[in-house]
Design a protein around this ligand. Structure first.
Ligand SMILES: [Zn+2]
Length: 406
């Protein structure tokens, strides 16, 4: 496989390949070819990004992947409006119109071939961020750490960790992911260290002796024997033990909640009330809540987040040379997006003279989409990952049950 920057060792596209549109679908290239042959290279089109249906029973998504989209479109002769990265929204407005998260205006052939990479950034990142938010919600105020990069292609581990963090994970395990979000990577002890050292206590002591003091001591207590026996042994062996981690294999799990209660009890009666219990292994938004009830203090999430369902955003032309057009199932014409910051309801209008009212509280809504690119130049200053995450978390606290919209 030839990359624009020479041969790539792994099966990945280089930044330059993506910027050159080499990862796109061939039908976009042929579309440009036809438009060119018919003298239509300079026709204007407005296109909007919507999602007709969110995955599974999701009622909202956490918009993510916008920064990479802006980096892709910067320098192209297009105008772009949209909701900020980290926005939590349903797929439709309060009156049932598909909600445009981005609206792009310009010469169609200027952006036609970038549709595929743009959707790729947004669909994948939004799926991961939304799943992380669902786990965040399920874990209430307990920390959730993203441990899942090993389940996906390593080339995208920074994007996976960034999206997980924006969605509500409190930390990430990969070195590059942590660097991207400006935090120290987080981890515990792998089973491999215990197996290599021969037994858990020898491994915990060696870890405690060698690894920098600012790394919290978290002992993995399910390797060879019963969790409560290993937990007590770890607490006795390591002064200032921060936590024990249970990653009990599913074949031995029985009731994971009951196991947590037992370990908690055994630690407490021996004076180790300060030792927290952290759980990992196949956890998601449905398995976390009973474990919170049972007394778990934190969670490691992996595959459920990094392998989250993708959000099927589509980019559709809704105006051609200033006149409304739309395919079946889509609403034609340029739309202006409004929202109620209190109720998180959305509405669109066809003109800026009309200000919609929130159907929940009756108040006038506020304009929600902002101009992001002006002829390919950034209009807004780049948001930090921390700002994007805060924006998402502020909205997440207003979302009710996972299955309800508000
Ligand atoms: Zn309202």
């Amino acid at each position: 496989m030839e990359s624009k920057n020479g041969k790539t060792r792994f099966f990945t596209a280089s930044d330059q390949d993506i910027l050159d549109g080499r990862t796109t679908d061939v039908y976009f290239v042929r579309t440009v070819e036809v438009l060119k042959a018919k003298g239509m290279l300079h026709e204007e089109a407005t296109a909007e990004l919507t999602v007709a249906r969110l995955p599974r029973d999701w009622k909202w998504s956490v918009f993510c992947g916008l920064e990479e989209t802006l980096r892709l479109l910067e320098g192209k002769n297009v105008d772009l409006w949209g909701l900020p990265e980290g926005t939590i929204s349903p797929s439709r407005t309060q009156s049932g119109v598909l909600l445009p998260l981005l609206t792009m205006e310009g010469v169609y052939t200027e952006y036609c071939t970038y549709e595929a990479p743009m959707l790729g950034f947004l669909c994948h990142s939004t799926g991961v961020a939304t799943m992380a938010a669902r786990c965040r919600k399920a874990a209430q105020d307990r920390p959730v750490i993203a441990f899942g990069v090993r389940r996906s292609h390593p080339a995208i581990s920074p994007m996976l960790d960034r999206s997980s963090y924006i969605g509500g994970c409190d930390g990430v395990s990969s070195l590059m992911g942590a660097e991207l979000i400006g935090r120290a990577p987080e981890g515990t002890i792998p089973h491999a260290l215990i197996v290599m050292m021969g037994d858990p206590v020898t491994a915990f002591k060696a870890f405690d002796e060698v690894v920098s003091q600012d790394v919290p001591r978290i002992a993995l207590v399910d390797t060879y024997s019963d969790e409560k026996a290993e937990a007590v042994a770890a607490a006795e062996a390591i002064k200032d033990l921060f936590a024990v981690r249970l990653d009990t294999p599913s074949s031995r799990r029985g009731s994971f909640s009951q196991l947590v209660r037992e370990v908690r009890w055994e630690l407490d009666i021996r004076g180790f009330k300060h030792v927290r219990i952290i759980l990992s292994g196949g956890l998601d938004e449905t398995t976390i809540p009973p474990l919170v009830e049972a007394g778990a203090d934190g969670f490691g999430v992996g595959t459920s987040v990094t392998n989250a369902p993708t959000v099927d955003f589509a980019l559709d032309i809704i105006e051609r040379n200033g006149r409304p057009v739309a395919k079946r199932g889509k609403f034609g014409g340029r739309k202006y997006v409004y929202s109620c910051p209190d109720c998180l309801n959305y509405e669109v209008t066809a003109s800026l003279e009309e200000v919609p009212l929130c159907m929940s509280c009756g108040k006038e809504m506020l304009r929600a989409d902002v101009k992001l690119l002006d002829k390919g130049r950034r209009v807004q200053k780049q948001s930090s990952v921390e700002e994007i995450r805060e924006r998402a978390m502020k909205q997440l606290t207003k979302m009710g049950d996972l299955d309800a919209h508000t």
